[in-house]
Design a binder for this molecule. Sequence first.
Ligand code: PBG
Length: 356
Amino acid sequence: MMRIHGEHDVERTPAGSMAGFPTMRPRRLRLNANLRRMVRETVLSPSAFIYPLFVRHGRGLQQPIGSMPGQFQWSVDRLPAEIRHIVALGIPAVILFGIPESKDALGSDNYNPDGVVPRAIRTIKDVAPELVVISDMCFCEYTDHGHCGLINLPGAAYYTPHLPDGYLINDLTLDLLGQASVVHAEAGADIIAPSGMIDGMVGAIRRALDASHLEQVAILSYAAKYASGFYGPFREAAESPPQFGDRSQYQMDPANRREALKEVALDIAEGADLLMVKPALPYLDVLSAVRQSSNLPLAAYQVSGEYAMLHAAAANGWLDLQRCALEALTSIKRAGADMILTYFAKEAAEWLDGGA
Ligand code: PBG
């Protein structure tokens, strides 16, 4: 038998030399609930949850999102009560998405200090200074065409003839991402989370933050974000569907796994503090590969479609919502996520508190 020091001896034992049935009976450790609890390898806790919040212009609004039961667009004045509730549930962080009053080709509300997200950040920090506020950093909610940066369109002031028409102009977008990140960080964001899959976004944001003496602000990179159909309900929630084309020229092809490791390596080299894989459940293999390739804290985004599917099936009586949601969250953690961005955060915190 091959003997290597450490706790993994059994795994390294060549097949066949470990005692088998009937000496070994794995069911012995499943006999009662406490025993199962003792040998449980993955434990969910609200401290792993990051709750996404949609903040919108207007006043007095808590607007339901049809395709995401239980989720709302909040106007900034309605946030304090919701924030107190989130804090009381033991959830350590929120991530913000903004729905501005007006959109334009430059997505200028994203870098307006009085824009919807900076105002929301200041309000949240007044109510709950310790709550970690993550700002999703992307232009798709702010541009009139719904793409995640500047698009090369004939007639635009920044039209660049040698680039293809309809191309997302990478490096000009980087400048705007840097500016907007500084605005959100100055409003009080603890973490900037670039989600546009723009080449060089992490480095550009790090340089812009540092140049404005915002060295303490961390970057959570959506390092491996796929061009996924599972974002469908989000685009209703954030009112951000692309008006033409899709996001395949910047988001990753769902067929690729090695490429995720390349994206991750680049983002680490550019200074990412935390990494993310998105979506979660259909990409557990990617999550596991990223977990093994890096020691940075790793987040997974259980996206709007993953949430909507479970709700739709539960509404039909086909699945038990609590059981299946917790099973999905556990699987995401088991595959290697330290944290999970999830619309289930509040409900799951309550379920776990009840001993689920
Ligand atoms: C913005 C962004 C999207 C999501 C998070 N940030 C939409 C997209 O890329 O189309 C999706 C989140 C979800 O579906 O829950 N770039």
